[in-house]
Design a protein around this ligand. Structure first.
Ligand code: SF4
Ligand code: SF4
Length: 688
């Protein structure tokens, strides 16, 4: 026994020493990484740990895998105390965990018997899923390397062995107690230890002793092997996820600053913008790479991946993690400093197209059960490319136009309000251009696409008419309004964004308005989250829903009873700002309007492909995102797609033609539909 005790003591010491050494090496890049301020709001962060880590909040979004994970996680939590006490038993035979010496002990033992059984069964099911059912999201396309199936099966098998060894240890002990006519430890009926004890009941005592020792030995070795092996692959999330979720981003819709702790006015002192080498990532973003469980949910929901663009968010993380393992090895010296964007031969891990392919739609982040962040990383990589003058050809023209004319179309500022100033429209619905601090209550912030695109100007006119109808005292900035800079910022051109923002801020302040309304979710998101100290901002769908509930907006029945409507959630209204219900409430209030929901709706909405200056970028893809989206609408049985964003309108109208649905399907903006259906009664001011 003394020999056994020494052996187990050596295993403990070696196991803990190895694990500590490996973790210390894994922390090296994090120490070298950029700053990231994640130490605020400790109570909010703890609440999120309870919700997303302990409560496994996002896992049921994938029912089978999520349920399995919840069982495994719960089993691990229950077994954690048991594992700890079993480890100590090896060196101190009579050790009992404090609090478990009385009645609580047998109750806890019964719970752990079932927990070990459930975890074992989950491992068997998980292996069968991986080998037989092979969910598509686990597959690794050839361009991203080799499949991780073998590694996953190996790890699942190790956990299964751990459960069997633990159960065998308890079963052998109970069977030996029975032979020695001692009081027998209660084992939970039909649990794995219980079944093993039944098998072992006729085994001779000496053999049981060897089995007891052997099971313990296997348990110890497997436990420490798992502990030390996990930091080399996807299972590292078991150790990191608790910290990871604590430090997860609290305000997902706010883009990361260029450098944490450096105010905008001091950015000229920053030598390099964005992420160029691995060490330019923040420590938290590096922790993301360790924490990804490789479940594939992000890529399964990524529209860029779905249409065959060279982007799969899962591999943005996996490739960076592999890079860390290679460049910060556990044995040997760190080799840092290579550029991340470039060919494999040059040491790069990402291609330019990969990083430009993202629409910043947020579907990946919405889905990830571990709250891994992608948009900030992608924007930081773009900032790095822009800083080096590395901008795709098709985006150079709109960027130059934004610099010289403050809009991506290169149109004259003085033409910005032409849509509103047209004589015929002014007669129907006069729109004021705000003079300095004239005290007008509301600013309608139009933004570039609605101001300059002939088709989208109809959304501007419908919005103005709705505001006029509900008696809103509003105006526009006209030539004083510049592009909101929303896409520019997500494109990575921070300096240009700041110039546009500062000009707009001055104009908004000078106008003296108390609130802002916009019909463009991109402008809405910029004003709400990228700008500071602006009056409260609303999207027109929120205004319509509110005024409708107040009785100021009433609707005529739809004329065509054969029309079936579906609502497409714009990413920057839905996922980034959680405005899901207002547009639907408005549609449902229109008499006779038949509405169906697409399978991918609300927070699972599928991006039309318009975000992040994508209207001007032509990525390599098998199919357009918009085409896929209109096919989804057709599958849902709809022939009218309603959206609430001019960018969506451009893509969806175009996609209807490309997909061959012209004449059979139409797209309309919510503001246009409301303007069309509104009852213009005595309540409505003037001719509007
Ligand atoms: S933000 Fe959207 S497009 Fe970009 S990686 Fe995530 S899911 Fe894909
Ligand atoms: S980032 Fe999140 S969703 Fe994507 S593979 Fe990793 S854990 Fe899964």
């Amino acid at each position: 026994m003394v020999t056994g005790r020494i052996l187990f003591l050596v295993i403990h010491v070696l196991g803990i020493a190895c694990f500590s050494y490996i973790v210390a090496k894994r922390l090296v890049p994090l120490i070298r990484g950029e700053r990231d301020l994640r130490f605020d709001h400790p109570w909010v962060r703890l609440g999120r740990v309870l919700k997303f880590w302990l409560g496994q909040w996002k896992h049921p979004r994938y029912r089978t895998a999520g349920t399995l994970h919840i069982f495994i996680f719960a089993g691990f939590i229950v077994l954690a105390i048991r594992a700890f006490s079993v480890l100590i038993v090896g060196v101190s035979k009579d050790f009992v965990m404090p609090g478990l010496s009385g009645r609580a002990g047998p109750i806890y033992d019964i719970i752990t018997d079932y927990a070990a059984t459930i975890v074992f069964l989950c491992m068997v099911i998980a292996v069968i899923r991986r080998l037989v059912f092979k969910p598509a999201r686990y597959a690794v396309p050839a361009r991203y390397g080799k499949a991780h199936t073998a590694d996953a099966i190996f790890l699942l098998s190790l956990i299964a062995i751990l459960m069997v060894a633990d159960s065998l240890f308890a079963a052998a002990k109970a069977a030996a107690q029975f032979h020695a006519s001692q009081s027998v430890e209660t084992l939970a009926a039909f649990s794995l230890p219980w079944m093993l004890q039944r098998i072992l009941v006729s085994t001779p005592l000496p053999a049981l002793g060897r089995l007891y020792f052997g099971a313990y030995f296997v348990h110890e070795l497997t436990f420490y092997f798992l502990l030390c092996y996990r930091p080399f692959g996807i299972q590292f999330h078991v150790e990191t996820s608790l910290f990871y979720i604590y430090f997860a981003k609290l305000d997902r819709e706010i883009l990361k600053p260029v450098r944490w702790g450096v105010a905008d006015e001091h950015l000229d002192q920053v030598k390099s913008f964005g992420v160029k080498t691995f060490e330019d990532f923040t420590w938290k973003h590096m922790l993301d790479f360790y924490s990804c469980a490789d479940c594939g949910r992000c890529s399964d929901n990524c529209p860029a991946n779905a249409v065959g663009r060279p982007l799969s968010p899962r591999f943005i993380g996996i490739k960076a993690r592999d890079y860390t393992f290679q460049h910060y090895p556990v044995l040997g010296r760190a080799k840092n400093g290579t550029a991340l964007i470039g060919t494999k031969d040059s040491g790069g891990i990402y291609s330019e197209d990969e990083i430009w392919s993202c629409t910043t739609c947020g579907a990946c982040e919405e889905e990830c059960p571990l709250l891994v962040e992608y948009i900030d990383k992608i924007v930081d990589l773009r900032r790095g490319m822009v800083d080096e003058g590395n901008v795709p050809q098709s985006l150079q023209k709109p960027l130059k136009a934004l610099e010289s004319r403050s809009n991506p179309y290169g149109k004259l500022e003085k033409k910005k309000a032409d849509w509103a100033n047209a004589k015929e429209f002014q007669q129907v619905c006069p729109v004021k251009t705000l003079a300095k601090a004239n005290g007008t209550g509301t600013l309608y912030f139009v933004d570039s696409i609605t101001s300059y695109d002939d088709r989208m100007q109809s959304i501007g006119r419908a919005t103005a008419k709705i505001l006029n109808h509900v008696g809103e005292n509003f105006g526009i900035l006209g030539a004083a309004e510049r592009d909101s800079g929303h896409e520019v910022r997500r494109f990575g051109e921070e300096t240009l964004f700041m110039a546009l923002r500062d000009h707009n801020l001055d104009a908004i302040k000078a106008s003296g308005v108390q609130r802002i309304v916009t019909a463009d979710p991109h402008a809405y998101n910029a004003l709400k989250h990228d700008y500071k100290d602006v009056p409260p901002v609303e999207h027109i769908s929120q205004v319509i829903a509110r005024e409708m509930k107040a009785g100021k907006i009433k609707f005529n029945p739809v004329e065509n009873e054969n029309s079936v409507y579906t609502y497409h959630d714009p990413c920057y209204l839905g996922r980034h700002n959680q405005v899901y219900n207002d547009p639907r409430d408005v549609l449902d209030a229109i008499p006779g309007l038949q509405r169906v929901e697409m399978t991918r709706s609300r927070d699972r909405s599928f991006c039309c492909g318009g975000g992040g200056l994508m209207l001007f970028y032509e990525p390599k893809e098998d199919q357009r995102m918009g085409v896929k989206r209109v096919q989804m609408a057709a599958e849902a049985g709809a022939n009218v797609i309603v959206t609430a964003c001019p960018f969506c309108m451009v893509n969806i109208e175009d996609a209807i033609k490309v997909a061959g649905f012209e004449g059979r399907m139409a797209a309309i903006d919510l503001a246009e539909l409301v303007d069309q259906q509104i009852v213009r009664d005595a309540l409505a001011p003037k001719a509007c």
